[in-house]
Design a protein around this ligand. Structure first.
Ligand SMILES: [Fe+2]
Ligand SMILES: [Fe+2]
Length: 182
């Protein structure tokens, strides 16, 4: 790879495959999630993601390129992290929270990817591509914001979490004290 154009196209392949993978993850999320407002948020973003794929198709066409298979390793890592947590047999509330925080991490990843793509498109004066990419970036940013709000409104027993944390803190404190006394 020798040119910024090649890097741009490579990054496009990467996000194209990431978006396809995200479609599947969102579909799975819609099935797994218990709360209806969370389910709705996932459905809404799945529809947006379908539009994002179409924008990428248009960009490929304008560059006379075809999207090709390429695993987006960054996204795969995030998906694996989410799945390993779901294997810990979480309660339904914790499973929902895990789905939300994992989705939030994915949005942040996409935001970084689109910021890079917009930068590259602007450098090479791909004005139409930059415009389309900015539309997608806006959707990702709005989704990240919404997900964070939804995290705060989950039916989590935060009080139980705080009590457990307090038990651990005092156990750690008394261990430190007895170590100092010894
Ligand atoms: Fe996306
Ligand atoms: Fe997204």
């Amino acid at each position: 790879m020798n040119t910024a154009h090649e890097l741009f196209v490579d990054e496009l392949h990467d996000i194209y495959n990431a978006e396809q993978r995200i479609l599947g993850v969102l579909q799975q999320g819609e099935q797994e999630i218990q709360r209806s407002d969370l389910k709705k948020a996932f459905t809404r973003h799945r529809r947006q993601t379908e539009g994002q794929v179409k924008r990428l198709d248009a960009i490929f066409e304008s560059l006379d390129e075809e999207p090709r298979e390429k695993t987006c390793e960054g996204l795969e890592g995030l998906v694996r992290e989410k799945e390993s947590m779901q294997e810990e047999q979480p309660s339904p509330e914790i499973a929902d929270l895990n789905s939300l925080v994992s989705a939030l991490k994915v949005e942040r990843y996409e935001i970084s990817a689109y910021e890079v793509l917009i930068f590259l498109a602007q450098q090479m004066k791909h004005r139409e591509a930059a415009r389309l990419l900015k539309e997608t970036l806006k959707e990702e940013q709005e989704t990240a914001k919404l997900l964070l709000e939804l995290c705060k409104s989950t039916d989590i027993d935060w009080e139980a979490g705080r009590e457990e944390a307090e038990t651990h803190r005092s156990a750690a404190n008394s261990r430190t004290r007895s170590r100092r006394a010894a």
